[in-house]
Design a protein around this ligand. Structure first.
Ligand SMILES: [Zn+2]
Ligand SMILES: [Zn+2]
Length: 133
């Protein structure tokens, strides 16, 4: 266990895992999240400012939820953030769905390349050893 400073209220608290927030702020965060989620269900095209004026949830917190990809946002929503990879509007957090699948594919092919290069390495070693003899 370690003592950390809550990223929202700066109070020191016993940190276990997950977000660096004290239990009070985590609870408030969860409450905010539910409010915003419900509001968006009824008003899918609401902007962060609109949500703020209707629900009193701070814009900063709404934007955090969006970046975390926790909120379900409709494609028409102005809440979309810029994808950190391609710069297009993303409604699923920091990385847009297209980039997410590309990253997954890249990871896959890197793994495959690693595996196949390992396979190729072994016979080459044998050859090298044989030619020494
Ligand atoms: Zn706190
Ligand atoms: Zn992207």
């Amino acid at each position: 266990m370690e003592l950390k400073s809550c990223k929202r209220c700066k109070a020191l608290f016993q940190y276990y895992s997950g977000k660096v927030m004290c239990t009070n702020c985590k609870q408030a965060d969860d409450d905010y999240f539910l409010i915003v989620k419900e509001f968006l269900r009824d008003n899918p095209s609401a902007s962060a400012e609109m949500i703020n004026s209707e629900t009193d949830v701070p814009v900063k917190i709404i934007k955090e939820f969006i970046k975390e990809g926790r909120l379900e946002i409709s494609d028409k929503s102005p809440l979309a953030v810029d994808c950190e990879r391609c710069g297009k509007k993303s409604t699923t957090g920091r990385i847009c769905p297209a980039c997410k699948s590309e990253i997954a594919m890249e990871l896959n092919s890197t793994n495959k390349n690693l595996k196949s290069s390992q396979k190729q390495l072994k016979p080459a070693e044998h050859k090298g050893m044989r030619s020494k003899h």
